[in-house]
Ligand binder design. Sequence first.
Ligand SMILES: Nc1ncnc2c1ncn2[C@@H]1O[C@H](COP(=O)(O)OP(=O)(O)OP(=O)(O)O)[C@@H](O)[C@H]1O
Ligand SMILES: [Mg+2]
Length: 358
Amino acid sequence: MTQPFLSIRNLRKAFGAITAVHDVTLDIPKGQFLTFLGPSGSGKSTTLYAIAGFQDPSSGDVQLEGKSLLAIPSHKRKIGMVFQRYTLFPHLTVAENIAFPLRVRRRPEAEVKKKVGDMLALVRLESFAARLPGALSGGQQQRVALARALAYDPPILLMDEPLSALDKKLREEIQAEIRRIHRETGVTILYVTHDQEEALHLSDRIALFRDGRIEQIGTGEDLYLRPATDFVAGFIGNSNFLAAEHLETVGGAATVRLADGSLVSGVNANGSLAPGQKTRLMIRPEALRLDRGPKTVELVVDIIDVAFYGERRRIVARTSTGQEIDIRPTFSATASHDVAPSQRQVFFDPSAAFLFPA
Ligand SMILES: Nc1ncnc2c1ncn2[C@@H]1O[C@H](COP(=O)(O)OP(=O)(O)OP(=O)(O)O)[C@@H](O)[C@H]1O
Ligand SMILES: [Mg+2]
């Protein structure tokens, strides 16, 4: 087996009575962009800080290429770090901020000069070298922080919500920059966010945190299309949950009875469910459609509202038991796009629906 690049083994961190991280085990291959996603307080930053060496774990280990980092102080760990708030030195110019980690390491002047030039080019701030941080926009300051973190070629870059203080447009712009820099430098990135769209857009893999543990880890597609739990299904993307009674599961495909009495066969079942067990059936809004398809089943509804959003239409419907559901049919050449006032059904393919214990 090839050795993982960065490895986190049974990491636990307690602050007095509060256990921030319960048990996190994780292998990160070299060059991967891994995002820690999860609600506030779920242990993302604490895990990141244990890797950076800002916090000592209560137990467990952090290893780089098979060697424990725990005895190495944070400033000797060869890890770059970018935080949520701009942490530039206000009295140093952009160029001197970027040069700082190289000066601390006593690199020769010629090397410092060249590296500062390269980093300014990497974050596209060549013409800002002589400015002070106070004369930069928030987005420009974060790009300088990124350049400073990468200046001494750390093999690992940690970022804790680096874009959350920026407005949406700037955030998207710098997301694209971060993707480009990851592509161009091959640096291994661990990135923290609680913004699922940002996580899906940036990452090779996502670790979804819940209460100090990783609930599921995989590609964005894994988490979106094959959620392991209802927490994952509810956190990533939009979802409808319908109350259902589990009848039987054969080879991972379950048959359920919905609250209106209708039977649906062939939905994805996670784990073992008993006959008669109360469950929740998850259907993504875009898995619901207005016309019958080759393998679809129908759901009887009242259409309450139809809104047009340009690239798609959003429909709110009410099931016969009074639950509101969200429907976002994908436009296609063959699908019908119009909702007749008399329409009383919507359709879905059971293989795009997921069953979880209630
Ligand atoms: N220094 C500390 N002392 C005591 N408790 C702490 C400390 N740091 C974190 N915690 C607690 O540990 C838990 C996890 O915190 P952490 O900062 O890792 O969460 P997070 O996932 O980064 O959240 P957010 O998205 O809000 O940044 C929280 O309950 C938090 O209050
Ligand atoms: Mg945090």
